[in-house]
Design a protein around this ligand. Structure first.
Ligand code: APR
Length: 320
């Protein structure tokens, strides 16, 4: 059987880390695409030179030509710019929206059968726009945020309870950003819900509230430390988990920015919900019962996403 082909649009920090992980995990041949000349070629050469040491056969190539993504099975999009000091959210939106247009058209022409995972921020708006520009079926375009957000949440919870991360399951809904909704009642340590652990005296509501807040601003905490650039190891790891779910038909239940069609009372937008990812792409959206607090928080988060979509439509009139 021919090796699978993974196209990475954007060969920056996340793109390079995605390529490294894809090669180490043997997911398939990797094409790194970027508009910057030399960057994808240089990273591809450097990564190819890992292969004798690591013993992987994957071919890693760099390109500035969309023809080279032809036939990709999975495409992971990180192209764009990160917000810089002095740049408004609308400035960022305008720049990355143009990038999504170019990327969407490239995918439409050269790899319309791929499963597409978008990572570019502001995530919920960019994945929606990428889907609109590419014209791919909604179930084949998904945004990566929830896996990362819940991984951050789980990491902090494992530290708080002093248990293995393997035993922590956490649940995050809503948009990616300050309004994301970590759902405490569905977050567990080996099946024991967090509220029960609080009752057992293993932690306190105040400590869990602080962890929720730290999770919400998890990206910002890293930006403040790095000073130049934003997180890339955990975002790349999270994107790869979603790619594996598709390539290996794992039917994993993962939180992801998916297109909702009535679920949670929401229609025709992308927002973070639990989904099943398998060979059919986003095969299901899982609708769970939410308590009043989670419902109210989700409504706030969805309003923030809707505002972004209004701003996108104002910037680019072709977006219906
Ligand atoms: N087509 C392809 N690549 C592009 C385009 C474009 N139109 N515009 C910019 N790029 C490339 C840049 O040349 C750069 O190499 O996208 C890459 C982005 O890389 P980084 O700046 O290192 O950003 P990274 O940390 O990888 O994050 C990428 O993911 O989490 C989000 O907020 C983050 O939106 C950002 C994205």
């Amino acid at each position: 059987m021919a090796r699978k082909k993974i196209a990475l649009i954007g060969a920056g920090n996340i793109g390079g880390t995605l390529a490294h992980l894809a090669a180490l995990k043997g997911l398939g041949d990797v094409v790194l695409f970027d508009v910057a000349e030399g960057i994808p070629q240089g990273k591809a050469l450097d990564l190819s030179q890992c292969s004798p040491v690591e013993g992987f056969d994957a071919k890693i190539t760099g390109s500035n030509d969309y023809n080279d993504i032809a036939g990709a099975d999975v495409i992971i999009v990180t192209a764009g710019v990160a917000r810089k000091p002095g740049m408004s959210r609308d400035d960022l939106l305008g720049i990355n929206l143009k990038v999504m247009k170019a990327v969407g058209e490239g995918i439409k022409t050269h790899a319309p059968n791929a499963f597409v995972i978008c990572i570019t921020n502001p995530l919920d708006a960019m994945v929606w726009a990428l889907r609109e520009f590419s014209g791919l079926p909604h179930h084949m375009v998904v945004g990566m945020a929830g896996v990362l957000d819940s991984s951050r949440f789980s990491h902090f919870l494992a530290e708080e309870f002093q248990v293995s991360v393997k035993d922590v399951t956490s649940f995050v809904l809503g948009g990616h950003g300050d309004t994301m909704v970590p759902v405490i009642s569905y977050s567990t340590v080996s099946g024991i819900p967090i509220p029960d652990l609080i009752k057992m005296g293993r932690s306190s509501q105040e400590k869990i509230d602080a962890i929720v807040q730290r999770t919400r601003s998890g990206g910002g905490e890293i930006v403040a430390l790095l000073k130049t650039g934003s997180a890339y190891f955990a975002p790349a790891t999270s994107g790869i988990a979603m790619a594996e779910a598709y390539l290996y038909d794992q039917k994993r239940v993962l939180p992801a920015a998916a297109h909702v069609t009535g679920q949670y009372g929401l229609d025709n937008l992308y927002v973070g919900v639990p989904v099943v990812i398998g060979a059919g792409g986003v095969e299901q959206i899982v609708e769970i019962a939410l308590d009043d607090e989670a419902k109210a928080n989700l409504a706030v988060s969805v309003d923030a996403v809707k505002e972004l979509l209004v701003a996108c439509k104002a910037i680019d009139g072709s977006l219906g």
